[in-house]
Design a protein around this ligand. Sequence first.
Ligand code: HEM
Length: 478
Amino acid sequence: MSGPLWSRLSDIPRLLWARSDHIHEKHIALHRKYGVVVRLGPNCVSIGTPSAIPAIYGTGTNLQKSDFYRVLQPLAHGRVVQGLFNTQDEALHRALKRPIAGIYSMTNLVSFEPYVDTTIRIFLQRMEEQQAKQPTVNLGAWLQFFAFDVMGEITFSRRFGFLDTASDVDGIIDSIYRFFSYGSVIGQMPVLDRLWAKNPLINRFLPSKNSSVVAFAVARANERQAASEKGTVTDDYEYNSRDFMSRFLETRQKDPSLPPGFLTAWTTSNVQAGSDTTAILLRAIVHFLLTHPASLAKLRHELATARAEGRLSDVVTWKESRDLSYLDACIKEAGRLHSPVGLAMERVVAAPQGMEVCGTHLPKGTVVGLNPWVVHRDKRIFGEDADEWNPDRWLRPKDEQRAAMERSLLTFGAGHRTCLGKNISYLEIYKLIPTLFARYDITFETPDEWKLVNHWLVFQEGFNVTVRIHDEKKDVEK
Ligand code: HEM
């Protein structure tokens, strides 16, 4: 198996790559140099082809998540909180997922739409207030405020208050950012986490560590419990009986054997796994459209036509957006070129005899994973222009190549640990993006301003854009 010489001896090189903030670029370069199977560490292998997806993630394979995910388990009062996303324990994962998976299904989706609408309206109102003061807004920050507040709204019937205050309430965004920043680097050598952050001996002498997301989730659960005892409305808390929290509480009422800690695990997963990811994909879509004027013109033409034919509401509905095929292609292409997850999703070979992947034998205990940033640039699947933005690739007839492209997308993961909130995030994205581009003229204040920072999620920093109210009539005439 090939790879850099030092990677045979130590995990330090991959820790240093992660510290560089550009590990996704390093992984792409390593695969282009060494081929499909690349050694990243003495016991860690990256696979660079989608053909390995079924073997590593397929339902029925029993590869568990690696210790990387243990590093991503937050602490509350000094104790580890395992959630749906970060647990390595498959029995716990099944117990956590089975009672609530249906809540995230496509059929349930429309019941969440009114909460997304409420947050979109606040978002538009706040953008317009800002625009009245000065045309340049940091759209990256506003999209993040939106994505966090919408999760607060659909989970707890309560926005965090990011949009209302235009600030990072209780430092939640910053704390998740620092958490992923720590996890992405230390996750390359998880033993360091055991020795330091999760070392019970050290923790005994330090003030008890508490994740602010977990603290927020617990506070909302307590608030809700109090509100439920008094009825649906208290002096300061009106909640909707169909939000996630209500459904989670109903689930526990139906099966009281479910531990109370599950409520925290479920609600925390929503905020931790669903906010920054959605914000990153929203930003990526806006970025690619603004940097590719021909695409932007096509999308705006699609939106203007739909509006002229009465097929587009002011706040675009989920149903309306499903008929916008160019929008659909742009969203898929942005997820391909800028997958929010930018590291390999690591699993551990479990079979005593090891396993064969792409002609290479991996012994039991090998950590193996696929990085979406590598796989999504496979020219055999996506074509010679795999490095380029080209939404039209998703509009080709539904032939074998198109099916292979669909199978190769890892934007939302794969197999039984695939993203539970994909439908929810699509609901937000398929509504907000057309609403935004049908309503505003959006241009970059200064191009090329964004900087990518890979902390497991590939964050974009600095995203100043000019937003102007859109002249609808002019566009319809085009
Ligand atoms: C664009 C938005 C999103 C992206 C790109 C995304 C991506 C992913 C990926 C790649 C995984 C699998 C990680 C792995 O195998 O290690 C995952 C898991 C997960 N995601 Fe998402 N996600 C998004 C939005 C959401 C939302 C909105 C929610 C909640 C409402 C959510 C909840 C979860 C949960 C609970 C898991 C763990 C599932 C399990 O292990 O059973 N995600 N997500």
